[in-house]
Design a protein around this ligand. Structure first.
Ligand SMILES: NC(=O)c1ccc[n+]([C@@H]2O[C@H](COP(=O)([O-])OP(=O)(O)OC[C@H]3O[C@@H](n4cnc5c(N)ncnc54)[C@H](O)[C@@H]3O)[C@@H](O)[C@H]2O)c1
Length: 449
């Protein structure tokens, strides 16, 4: 099918590239002309495992194209995926101006019937407004619009893998014809008719994702409800960590045992610096805001958000306790991205830590396998090191802020020889306290007093 993707960010590029790999013809457009130029020159503007490879194969097969001319991309396609950003406003409410912009653009440019699919994360009832805007601004009598919601559950870092092996594909629709079109779009994914880069073409047999048909309101709610629940789980683990510190228990032992109960599950029970990124913090805020707008008080979620914000305070308390005075200290900051395997630093806890260190007058030497470029644009005056060992030279302390595999495997015996003081404050509980202390380090982490 001929598809259009509006917004070539993390979600749009992965959606476009994977659907092209699955045999569709995809026309991508973005308001950011530099991004489109880079894509047309064969570049990949974000770091995401396997994305470069499938983009290259889709380009070669001439199944994907990029244009700044949104009208051209819109007219070429039968179905249009809206993948633009929905950042938070000051109030926490989702800013839907990019969605509104897309709606007006589609309405004005379309000259034939279109299925308009929300893939961006939006509050419930956005579909109704989208339908209204498309009707209000539509010009051509040949254009008829159907709206569907198809929330995206991919995770940065494993986005391509997630898109190709979904546990569920949720489609919120009003008409049966939309279900059929969406099923046609996703059948090659569900039937694994693509070259899988993770499994080199032959995915292991196992359960396939469920294709779930719901109302548009339910589909929109499913996405916010899912992300908010995961955020709750992380904050829960973090409060348990605080308790463990006071009581003298080990949070890793506690959450491991909890997670073995299938009703609880072990994922997202990791204590540490808390959640960040472009999804959880804003989605929690938007969900709280949506609930309040219809008279439902989501106290439990507000608490999860508060706990998450306080993780940075807890971490800085540990830094102060260890260093006494921060001003003038050489601080090696390991990890800038909000999680491992991405270059995304939006709402990254590490950047919050970085800001506070700079305010306090520390000399920050930061390292990250992928996120230095994006951080440099925001904090040009920090010392950046591609090599973590170089950031650690002469350091008074090492602060671990992202759970990169590279940091799990770091040779601390080697690093310790060049540090001014053998001190680690671990915001991600990456190391065994006993083994690190055996190397002569002072070591603090979360929930393992
Ligand atoms: N990043 C994730 O892991 C993830 C996962 C699931 C869902 N989501 C949701 O998907 C949406 C997109 O997220 P993202 O991380 O890809 O964002 P992003 O910021 O990486 O990408 C958004 C892109 O949209 C473009 N854009 C903005 N307004 C536009 C317009 N009017 N017309 C054309 N292009 C426009 C921007 O230039 C940018 O390239 C958000 O609603 C997000 O919550 C994100």
């Amino acid at each position: 099918m001929r598809l259009c993707v509006i917004g070539c960010g993390y979600v749009g590029l992965v959606t476009g590239a994977c659907l092209a790999e699955a045999g569709h013809e995809v026309f991508c457009t973005d308001i950011d002309a530099d991004r489109i130029n880079k894509l047309n020159e064969g570049g990949v503007p974000i770091y995401e495992r396997h994305l470069g490879q499938i983009l290259q194969s889709a380009r070669k097969a001439r199944r994907i194209s990029f244009t700044s001319n949104a009208g051209e991309a819109i007219r070429a396609a039968k179905a249009i995926f809206i993948c633009v950003g929905t950042p938070p406003k000051e109030s926490g409410e989702a800013d839907l101006s990019a969605i509104d912009h897309c709606a007006r653009q589609i309405a004005v440019e379309a000259d034939s019937p279109k299925l308009v699919i929300e893939k961006s994360t939006v509050p419930a009832r956005t579909g109704l407004e989208l339908t209204r805007a498309l009707r209000a601004y539509g010009r051509s009598s040949d254009a008829h619009f159907r709206v569907a919601s198809n929330p995206e559950f991919l995770r940065e870092g494993t986005a391509v893998d997630d898109f190709f092996h979904p546990d569920r594909i949720v489609v919120g629709v009003e008409e049966q014809s939309s279900v059929e079109e969406l099923r046609e779009i996703y059948t090659p994914i569900l039937e694994r008719r693509f070259h899988c880069p993770t499994h080199n073409g032959s995915c292991p047999a196992g359960p396939r994702g469920e294709f779930l048909v719901t109302t548009i309101n339910s589909a929109e709610l499913i996405k916010h409800a899912s992300n908010s629940f995961l955020a709750l789980k992380i904050s829960y683990a973090n409060v348990i960590a605080d308790l463990c510190e006071r009581i003298g228990a080990d949070v890793e032992e506690v959450t491991h045992a909890m997670g073995l109960d299938p009703r609880i599950g072990g994922q997202f029970l990791k204590a540490g610096l808390g959640f960040g990124g472009f999804c959880f913090p804003k989605d929690v805020q938007a969900f709280v805001h949506l609930a309040a707008s219809v008279g439902v008080d989501f106290d439990i979620l507000k608490a999860a958000e508060r706990v998450n914000k306080e993780r940075i305070d807890r971490f800085m308390e540990k830094v102060h306790k260890a260093l006494w005075v921060v001003k003038g200290k050489h601080v090696a900051l390991l990890g800038l991205a909000f999680k491992a395997n991405t270059d995304d630093v939006r709402f990254a806890p590490a950047l919050e830590v970085l800001k506070r260190l700079l305010v306090e007058g520390a000399s920050v030497h930061a390292s990250d396998p992928e996120a230095i470029g994006r951080t440099k644009a925001l904090f040009p005056d920090v010392h950046y090191h591609d090599d973590p060992y170089s950031a650690l030279q002469k350091a008074d302390v090492a602060l671990v802020c992202t759970e990169w595999e590279e940091y799990k495997k770091l040779d601390w015996a080697r690093a310790g020889k060049t540090m001014a003081r053998k001190l680690i404050v671990d915001g991600r509980n990456l190391y065994s306290p006993a083994s690190i202390r055996a190397l002569g380090f002072e070591y603090d982490s979360f929930g393992r007093s």
